[in-house]
Design a protein around this ligand. Sequence first.
Ligand code: MF3
Ligand code: CO
Length: 249
Amino acid sequence: MIILKSKREIEYIREAGRITANALQLMRKLAKPGITTGELDQRCEEYIRSCGAFPSCKGYYGYPATICASVNEEVVHGIPGRRKLKDGDIISIDLVVNKNGYHGDSTVTIPVGHVDSAALQLLKVTEECLYKGIEQAVAGNHLGDIGHAVQSYAESFGYGVVRDYVGHGIGMDMHEDPEVPNYGMADHGELLEPGLVLAIEPMINMGTEKVHQLKNGWTVVTRDGKPAAHFEHTVAVTENGPEILTLPE
Ligand code: MF3
Ligand code: CO
């Protein structure tokens, strides 16, 4: 069931989203060679709680941390811990914040130190995929227009578009209907209406689109071990076009 949001609810989501975005800016500043993913997680949680907000993922189906920290070939749901970042790594930090009962969800992939040009291109194209998807989040369009825009751009670079994980509606629940695939056909799927709030989140692999989950029950990695990138914003469909709700102040 799709839950459309009122203007007031969209403002609540924007408030959560602002904290999400500010926290990700802090992560960008801290993600340097030598820091552990566990330290990033701790700093992130402290910041969020200092804003009177809560980490939505902590405890979600038993997830143990505030952020998902996915390094290199890890696609999503990497668990923070003792792993130290190294020069040349890329790290995807996915964060959902709950403020006043509403959630804001955003992800960035950050280059650590000096990263090779092939990985930098993957980051740039994945972020561009996100903005191509957001551009399609317009009333009167269909859900498939978002996925089609993301997929066609990513595949024009020979990249793999992850099929097994998708974006989602968001509001008082972190994951609401509809699913928002990063692939699809233009003019197909659910009609987009004002009040729809979506987490659009392309997960793009340098090589194969195929992924698998590690035995810890969370971490998803590429099957060929090549790097993956992930960018995400929470976006409202409004009468005046798409509005990104996960922007810093
Ligand atoms: N932002 C992630 C998503 O949209 C949420 C991960 S939280 C976790 O799937 F608890 F599931 F890890
Ligand atoms: Co999400």
